[in-house]
Design a protein around this ligand. Sequence first.
Ligand code: GDP
Length: 324
Amino acid sequence: MRKILILGASGQLGSELIDKYLVDPNNIVYGMVRRSATGNFNNIQHNFKNDRFNLVRGDITDPTSLNNLLKEVQPDLIINTAAQSHVHVSFEQPILTSKVTGLGVLYLLESIRQFSPQSRLVQLSTSELWGNSKAPQNEKTQFAPESPYGVAKLFAHEMCKLYRKSYNLNISCAICGNMEGPRRGREFVTQKIVESAIKIHLGKQDNLKLGNITTKRDWSSVHEIADGIIKLGNSDYREEFVFGSGRTNTIEEFARLAFNVFNLDYQEYIQIDDEFKRPSEVYELKADSRKARKLLNWRPTKTLKEIVQEMVDAALDREFVNDK
Ligand code: GDP
């Protein structure tokens, strides 16, 4: 049996990876979640009865829990999706973000080095590392982060490379573009747009307040990004790989597609509100993932329209469940 530890198990990507790994009967999956006041297990509770799934309590900023877990489990593969990953929040809580997203990874690396050095680690890096370096961006593009989140992720990324080189650890970093799907948190712009379009369509909301809608993002399906990370985890590469659709679209274009589903003209409903603008912005992300496509045979195919439709369908279901 292969033991796989997912950090950030209740998040969008972590929970997606758990679902995919559990399909293979040879995998035992450990999902680490931190104690939180809300204890939100919506994304993982459907696996609680699976005896190959183990929910473990721990926190990436708490070395004791990490050390005990790694000592006991000795995972074959660790995937770290745990982070304070919201860019806007990272400006409001830069110190917390640095502790969780940056320093937390150093705790993890120390724990691996001391207690489970044979484990393979895939660290989730981000297209935010590139900041405003010219698009399209790839593994060789210069990093120039524009937010406390990006800087913390860069610390984590460089620390992973340093530990790999210094201690010969088995580490790869996946530099991923934005990933979207039904489990996307509603504080991210795509889910916010989708849920608002539905509420406006149902007459429950009048307008949608957004910040900068001219920025461009490379939005992929989270399912396809998870497939890429699994391929990377299964490979022997100890290198960095970029994962992204290779498309880039404005926030406005995403809104147009989401409102179109309901035959609504987005322009009638969007209001620009400075509250949602950031002190510093990343203007254009477009991931060049030719390396992953060639060496890992990764083949993402979903169009942005399909991603929007999937999010709309799932959000509609939630809306009607909540109504009951
Ligand atoms: P990010 O790419 O990781 O920052 O993902 P987000 O979904 O949070 O933001 C994507 C882009 O949408 C950024 O350029 C934001 O500035 C822009 N944006 C515009 N209005 C909003 C908003 O109301 N909420 C969020 N989260 N982003 C917004």
